[in-house]
Design a protein around this ligand. Structure first.
Ligand code: MF3
Ligand code: CO
Length: 284
């Protein structure tokens, strides 16, 4: 989600009391609905991941995703969100997030492509993103993809009851910096539930404050956006597509998670994924 400067000011000036009070705690029943929403989304990602190849248009990816989401009787939550014109955000190379699918934009060998998708199941939202290689890519680009995913897993080591939100931010930042990569500051992760974007905002970069205390039943979308160069981003003329200011490659990895007393539950990851890396080790 886009970081709103006025909202950030409000959060800071209220010493996080307002934020803390407004973070929703899901009931067991709501958690079941969040699980199902995200399970269905993980299937969407699995199918879209299989379709990635040189020659496919970004619009075809969007159409395939929307069809699958509707086949589950669900609604794409990105479509018409603030006027966003598609169901799947497809962002290529230096595009960080919110790329608009186009029938004139074809993926080519050597590209990297980030797919961000979400859906609504019985009123409950899911949100997840993956970055894929198109054909064969450079070792540096592969490292960017791998480190971005690793940043998520480093971050969620602190996503447990009793820890503070910004421990996640600091761990994501440290992971990216130690690889020499940039961290996008103008977009953040977010709470999620009956709305796509709920409190709190979840920065991916180092924070001076501790942030709110995490409690069981919070559902959060953690989404590192990492670049091979600068932290700075720009918006294209379409007012949506976010690109790196220096034209360097960017990757995005996101899951919706549930805070528990123990390890977090990664709701948008298939059960047969490696819990440490998120890599699918077996497929049904
Ligand atoms: N993961 C993205 C976000 O949290 C998805 C939003 S795309 C939009 O900002 F089109 F809905 F904005
Ligand atoms: Co998100």
């Amino acid at each position: 989600m886009v970081l709103k400067r006025w909202k950030r000011y409000l959060t800071l000036s209220s010493k996080s009391l307002v934020t803390e009070m407004s973070v929703s705690i899901k009931s067991e029943h709501e958690i079941e609905l969040m699980r199902e929403s995200n399970r269905l989304l993980s299937i969407v990602h699995r199918e879209l991941g299989k379709a990635i190849r040189p020659g496919i248009s970004t619009k075809d990816i969007d159409k395939m995703g929307e069809k699958l989401i509707r086949s589950f009787g669900c609604t794409p939550n990105f479509l018409n969100y603030d006027g966003y014109p598609a169901s799947i955000c497809v962002s290529v190379n230096d595009e960080v997030v919110h790329g608009i699918p186009s029938k004139h934009r074809y993926l080519k060998d050597g590209d990297i492509v980030s797919l961000d998708a979400g859906l609504i199941y019985k009123g409950y939202h899911s949100d997840a993103a993956r970055t894929y290689a198109v054909g064969s890519i450079s070792p540096e680009a592969q490292k960017l993809i791998d480190v971005t995913r690793q940043c998520f897993f480093e971050g969620i080591k602190f996503a447990r009851a009793g820890h503070h939100l910004h421990e996640i931010s600091n761990a994501v930042d440290a992971c990216a910096r130690s690889a020499g990569f940039g961290v996008v500051r103008d977009l953040v992760g977010h709470g999620i539930g009956t709305s796509l974007h709920e409190s709190p905002e979840i920065p991916n970069f180092r924070q001076k404050t501790r942030g709110i205390k995490l409690k069981p039943g919070m559902t959060l979308a953690i989404e590192p956006m990492i670049t091979m160069g600068t932290d700075d981003v720009e918006w294209l003329e379409d007012d949506w597509t976010v690109v790196t200011a220096d034209g360097s490659l960017a990757a995005h990895y996101e899951n919706t998670i549930l805070i528990t007393e123990e390890d977090p539950e990664i709701l948008s990851l298939e059960e047969d994924a490696d819990p440490l890396t998120g890599i699918i080790i077996r497929r049904a």
